[in-house]
Design a protein around this ligand. Structure first.
Ligand SMILES: NC(=O)c1ccc[n+]([C@@H]2O[C@H](COP(=O)([O-])OP(=O)(O)OC[C@H]3O[C@@H](n4cnc5c(N)ncnc54)[C@H](OP(=O)(O)O)[C@@H]3O)[C@@H](O)[C@H]2O)c1
Length: 328
């Protein structure tokens, strides 16, 4: 089969397209999917650079998120049928004509999403929903600060929070990126490349933010934490900025702040009921018109461009690699 391959670690320009990659075979408890679209995630860049928490052995096929049709079901898999339109997530392997995924990581696509949207939806929106709802139980009218708000997880968090009635402050690195967030319904924007994050959040909210969702980390986490109200919540989701922040614990003590971590892969395995509830909540929002922001799509042959665009912080929302024919 045809697949994007990483044969040596490095930047996005290291990946190549191969036509003769061995297709996966279906195994017990797994689902084999004919991929129509694969999303580019920041994590793919980390795997290709060999900078993720766990290494992918060379050579490997990048891609952690996909949508397509079920080609075969392994023994013990129930609730799905061959031909079903599904989306799912894996560590690696999605940027290929076929992918094998554990059944617990594959689900039917909510009605109304295109293949590209379905590929863009699963990881970012589930991450955003768990941060906002499962962990923080946000309420209408609360102030939610989203860092990296124009990115994949960030734009999903803005979208979901706005739809749930929260007042969203988007933080991103340019006025263009903040405009995208405003279009998603963010009430205020902070350009954290030029403005002081902490004082601007305090200025906008008065008492401080109720919740911070942080997929960026680095030098932005601490000022955002300092701008949380007494008893507020900070959810650490990722470190796209590069550095993993070291937080002075007295900041947590003084304002009775809760800091929570969220790692989607283990949540789905360990908390299947919460995951099912989150999926149902997201399906309701999709039924109400919510769609992920897909800003760019590329054929598989242009995977280097697709990965480079995400590495360069250029696109807002999600970048998609088209694998099958039926992808708009
Ligand atoms: N915990 C989980 O389960 C989970 C799930 C999904 C993703 N993640 C993690 O969350 C993070 C964000 O993922 P994503 O898919 O939203 O990525 P993304 O689409 O690339 O967005 C990341 C955003 O971070 C900002 N950023 C700041 N400094 C950056 C830098 N040096 N390089 C790149 N971006 C930088 C960029 O926005 P500005 O240019 O506007 O600053 C960018 O839009 C990643 O670390 C990813 O691994 C974790």
């Amino acid at each position: 089969m045809k697949a994007v391959r990483c044969e040596e670690y490095g930047g996005p320009d290291r990946v190549v397209i191969r036509e003769d990659v061995r297709a996966p075979e279906v195994t017990d408890g797994h689902v084999l999917v004919d991929v129509a679209a694969a999303a580019v995630n920041f994590t793919d860049l980390l795997f290709v650079a060999n900078e993720y928490q766990v290494a992918a052995d060379l050579p490997f096929t990048p891609g952690s998120e996909f949508a397509g049709r079920v080609a075969a079901l392994g023994a013990g898999v129930s609730g799905l049928e061959v031909g079903d339109v599904v989306h799912g997530s894996v560590f690696n392997g999605a940027m290929a004509e076929q992918v094998l995924a554990p059944a617990s990581s594959v689900s039917r696509v909510p009605e109304g999403l295109s293949m590209a949207e379905a590929a863009a939806f699963r990881v970012t929106y589930l991450t955003a929903y768990h941060a906002l709802v499962t962990i923080a139980d946000i309420k209408p009218g609360q102030w939610v600060v989203v860092l990296g708000a124009a990115g994949g997880v960030g734009s999903a968090a803005v979208d979901v929070a706005v739809r749930l009635g929260a007042r969203v402050i988007a933080a991103a690195s340019s006025s263009d990126r903040l405009r995208v967030c405003a279009d998603l319904g963010a009430e205020a924007g902070i350009d954290y490349s030029t403005e002081d994050l902490k004082s601007r959040i305090k200025e906008i909210t008065g008492a401080g933010a109720d919740l911070v969702v942080d997929p960026v980390g680095d030098r932005w986490a601490e000022p955002a934490l300092r701008a949380i109200r007494w008893g507020g919540t900070f959810v650490t989701v990722g470190y796209a900025g590069g550095e993993i922040p070291r937080i002075p614990l007295n900041l947590v003590l003084l304002k009775n702040v809760t800091i929570r971590g969220l790692e989607l892969r283990t949540w789905s395995q360990r908390l299947p009921e919460e995951t099912a509830r989150a999926r149902a909540g997201l399906a309701e929002l999709v039924a109400g018109g919510m769609r992920p922001l897909v800003s760019e799509t590329y054929p598989m042959e242009e995977a280097v461009t697709a990965l480079s665009r995400v590495a360069g912080r250029v696109p807002a929302g999600k970048v998609i690699i088209r694998v099958g024919e039926d992808v708009q």
